[in-house]
Design a protein around this ligand. Structure first.
Ligand code: ARG
Length: 462
């Protein structure tokens, strides 16, 4: 039998080459449960419009239940002859209900409004899954911060030693970025909670159906779309999802890069747990940070999914065009990628060992307390321009002698500037410098404690 949904006006069936090109069932089959949910809601509005009798509705809903069970058990699967998930499910329904009743369900809907709706449902579910995985990672990072409340480390800009900061402060910076990603997903979800079902091919339906009822049944809190052309043609919800997932990948890659560097012999800041690192097939001593490297690598793939999708959408005329079939694989891949990456990444962060002594040892290196000398001078009335020059001169002397700022003698300080009395030593300690930055958002233990409490309160309500 011809399973095509559109064969009547054609004298010949599709060529094999066309069928191969056209088929999407190998990747859109994952939408089958959503398609069936849409069909259930659609059957109810057909019934309410008088197009299905009570008995027909009951039989239709029972048939759809059976269809879902058969999809779940694998009794029914899509084949290349089906073209897409919608065609395969129509075939399955006809096989179960007969052509007379089964053939009534398609009235007033098109694959164009179906796919736009199902795709939103799928991405909303996976947006929530990814959001929960981000929360797990944030909690692991919060745990890391809490385990090291007063450990100092060299804070860097340009990858050069800049100023000492608390390790917890640094880790919480990543938690903040991930928090914005999770928030982006929530805001995207609100915007995407609008159902295109009822838009038909592009113009709406003449059958007196109720798109709002379908939207409510399918969990679209925002109701149904206000414009059927936009409902079937727009894919900015997909592009935005691809952006948010790419941004998550980028944020993971920034943590990953630090893990990779911190895990080197030269840095020696951390050691990864055996269960979350890999060995070498030739070098017996190796223990590699593969999870972090895969995160860094996969961020490129997530960016590619976004840019590929944007290129597909560019300059497409309204309304539906078959180009839009290219919209699914990239973001399905983004979901799959993050759903395997995030649990491994979280495990890696939750189990790594932090080497406190090494972090503390390096915190003051590279003249990272020079700013503290300048600010100490400012508090004594010295203009910052002069203070900056004096502190710079201290660095220069130290560099020449191969010593650190704290090694300068009282005489050497006095020779650099009369402003530099021996009291300047008060600020030449890492923890003194850190503790002095106690304004909101600063690195002092008191300020970091406030930040930690805020972050934890925020995570608790997610
Ligand atoms: N498989 C199509 C897609 O993924 C949906 C079907 C619409 N096809 C059509 N010829 N109007 O976009």
């Amino acid at each position: 039998a011809d399973v095509r949904l559109w064969g009547a006006r054609f004298a010949d069936g599709p060529s094999e080459a066309l069928a191969k090109l056209s088929a999407s069932v190998h990747f859109d089959w994952r939408l089958a449960p959503y398609d069936i949910a849409g069909s259930r809601a659609h059957a109810r509005v057909l019934h309410r419009a008088g197009l299905l009798s009570d008995d027909e509705l009951a039989a239709m809903l029972a048939g759809l239940e059976q269809l879902l069970a058969d999809v779940r058990s694998g009794v029914l699967t899509g084949t290349i002859a089906d073209e897409d998930v919608h065609t395969a499910l129509e075939r399955g329904l006809l096989e179960r209900l007969g052509a007379e009743l089964g053939g009534k369900l398609r009235a007033g809907r098109s694959r164009n409004d179906q796919i736009a709706t199902l795709f939103r449902m799928y991405l909303r579910d996976h947006g929530r899954i990814i959001g929960a995985l981000i929360l797990d990672l944030q909690e692991a990072l919060v745990g890391l911060a809490e385990a090291h409340p007063d450990t100092a480390m060299p804070g860097r800009t340009h990858l050069q030693h800049a100023q000492p900061v608390l390790f917890a402060h640094h880790v919480l910076a990543h938690v903040q970025a991930l928090g914005r990603d999770a928030e982006r997903l929530r805001q995207w979800d609100t915007r995407t909670a609008v159902s295109p079902y009822g838009s038909g091919a592009l113009a709406g339906s003449s059958l007196g159906l109720d798109p709002e009822a379908v939207a409510a049944e399918l969990g679209f809190e925002g109701g149904s779309v206000g414009n059927s052309i936009d409902g079937t043609a727009s894919r900015d919800f997909v592009a935005e999802f691809a952006f948010v997932t790419a941004m998550i990948g980028i944020n993971l890659s920034r943590i990953a890069e630090e893990v990779i560097i911190w895990n080197t012999k030269e840095f020696g800041f951390i050691t990864l747990h055996d269960a979350f690192s890999t060995g070498s097939s030739i070098m017996p001593q190796k223990k590699n940070p593969d999870i972090a490297e895969l995160a860094r690598g996969k961020s490129g793939r997530l960016i590619g999914n976004l840019t590929g999708l944007l290129a597909t959408l560019k300059a497409l005329p309204l309304a539906y065009n078959r180009d839009l079939q290219e919209d699914k694989e990239p973001v399905f891949d983004s979901c799959d990628t993050l759903e395997v990456l995030l649990p491994a990444f979280t495990g890696m962060m939750a189990t790594l060992t932090v080497h406190r002594e090494r972090l503390e040892e390096l915190a003051p290196a590279g003249f990272s307390l020079a700013t503290d000398i300048a600010e100490w001078l400012v508090k004594r009335g010295v203009p910052f321009r002069v203070a900056h020059e004096v502190a710079g001169a201290c660095v220069k002397v130290c560099e020449g002698l191969g010593i650190e700022l704290g090694d300068l003698t009282d005489e050497q300080f006095a020779a650099i500037s009369t402003h530099l009395t021996p009291q300047v030593r008060e600020v030449l300690s890492v923890h003194g410098a850190i503790g002095s930055r106690d304004g909101r958002g600063g690195t002092a233990p008191s300020a970091v404690a406030v930040q930690l409490a805020e972050v934890k309160a925020d995570l608790a309500v997610q």
